[in-house]
Design a binder for this molecule. Structure first.
Ligand code: PLP
Length: 365
């Protein structure tokens, strides 16, 4: 660290240079994050110093967190769900497994996840010393429920289903999986970190939430399709009292117990997430999702005219292809199976897709 500070002008000209090295979202087709909505930025700035880890000091921000949980709960057909704002899908998945591991009390717990699960489950199982059993997917990259049944035993503390896979944008057969979970008395955690703000707004929503009796918890990320600022995830559980299993004493804070993983937590991002939902309402969210889905269909159509076949028809706004060309300056990604992957987030406007297709056509010619 420097002995004497530099001038503000010098500092910010250095930071501008660094900012120039960041990708602008314009040509980023690989990310599940997006440019935050302007009302999220404004609300975040307004609550920039709010620390939700000490809610007695920031009563306003803390009450907005409760409102956010209530709004997301009602979207997921359970307004009375317990919940809190996490730092994102990784924390939500970890905390859900922590709850169900404690509930089970087994000495050698296991959790059963589809092979398509996000790598956050690997981290969570490592931290929590839980055996992670993977279930193969079918040709459409969705979890095979028969193979799931074979992996369950008396030490299974949780089944995980994915409502919107990171790589292929497909939804596992959650209704069937929830039935299996319910019959076996095993909690089902639904990772809807990506799909949670897409599925409810589709023309034909797919069942994935608390309306299904076997679903015990759901992870949904405002900082992905909820267009909030980073970091903001949400973990919702069917029974609010389940969070008591995670409580630790916090003697020197304004509250005496805490169930969250992080201590200090961003109030700004949480208020930002709430702001977007209030500002857009269901109508506005439906319009955003409809645009993303139309763009996904247009991209698939365009790529197929060049002979790059889709790897699967997605449920959500993720398009994957058997091969493809990447024009210079564009960011795309590749799945573990080697498919080219692009996510049609709200910043990927129709004109961006046309530009991408035109440049792809030029390379292809
Ligand atoms: N779950 C799913 C389905 C995801 O797609 C992701 C990230 O893309 C995560 C969990 C992890 O979320 P985060 O990076 O916010 O921790």
């Amino acid at each position: 660290m420097r002995e004497s500070g530099i001038s503000e002008e010098e500092l910010f000209s250095f930071l501008s240079l660094k900012k120039g090295e960041d990708s602008r979202y314009h040509h980023v087709l690989s990310s599940m994050c997006t440019l935050p909505h302007p009302v999220a930025v404004r609300a975040h700035q307004m609550f920039i110093e709010a620390n939700l880890g000490d809610p007695g000091l920031f009563r306003g921000a803390a009450s907005v967190e409760n409102l956010l949980v209530e709004r997301v709960g009602s979207l997921l057909h359970h307004p009375g769900a317990g919940g809190y704002a996490t730092s994102g899908g990784t924390e939500s998945n970890l905390q859900a497994l922590r709850i169900f591991r404690k509930m089970k009390g087994s000495r050698r717990p296991n959790v059963v996840v589809p092979e398509s699960a996000h790598f956050s489950f690997e981290k969570a199982c490592d931290i929590l010393c839980i055996e992670m059993r993977t279930v193969p997917c079918d040709q459409t990259f969705r979890m095979d429920p028969d193979a799931l049944q074979e992996r369950l035993d008396a030490d299974t503390c949780c089944i995980v289903g994915i409502a919107g896979t990171t790589e292929y944008g497909v939804v596992d057969p959650i209704e069937t999986i929830a039935g299996i979970a319910h019959d076996h008395g095993i909690p089902l955690h639904v990772d809807a970190a990506f799909g949670g703000f897409v599925i409810p707004f589709l023309k034909r929503p797919i069942p994935f939430d608390f309306s299904l009796p076997g679903v015990a918890s759901v992870a949904v990320d405002p900082h992905k399709m909820g267009m909030s600022t980073i970091p903001c995830g949400c973990l919702l559980v069917r029974e609010p009292s389940w969070f008591n299993l995670l409580n630790v004493d916090t003697p020197y804070l304004t509250v005496k117990q805490e169930c969250t993983l992080a201590g200090t937590r961003s109030g700004g991002a949480v208020v930002g997430a709430f702001a977007v939902l209030e500002f857009l309402g269901r109508e506005g969210m439906r319009a955003v999702v409809e645009g993303c889905m139309k763009n996904t269909a247009r991209l698939i159509d365009g790529m197929e005219t060049f002979g790059y076949r889709r790897a699967v028809t997605p449920d959500l706004n993720v398009a994957t292809f058997e091969g493809g060309a990447v024009p210079p300056g564009w960011q795309v990604s590749w799945t573990r199976r080697g498919h080219m992957r692009m996510v049609m987030m709200p910043h990927v406007h129709r004109s961006v897709i046309e530009e991408y297709l035109k440049e792809t056509g030029e390379i292809h010619a």
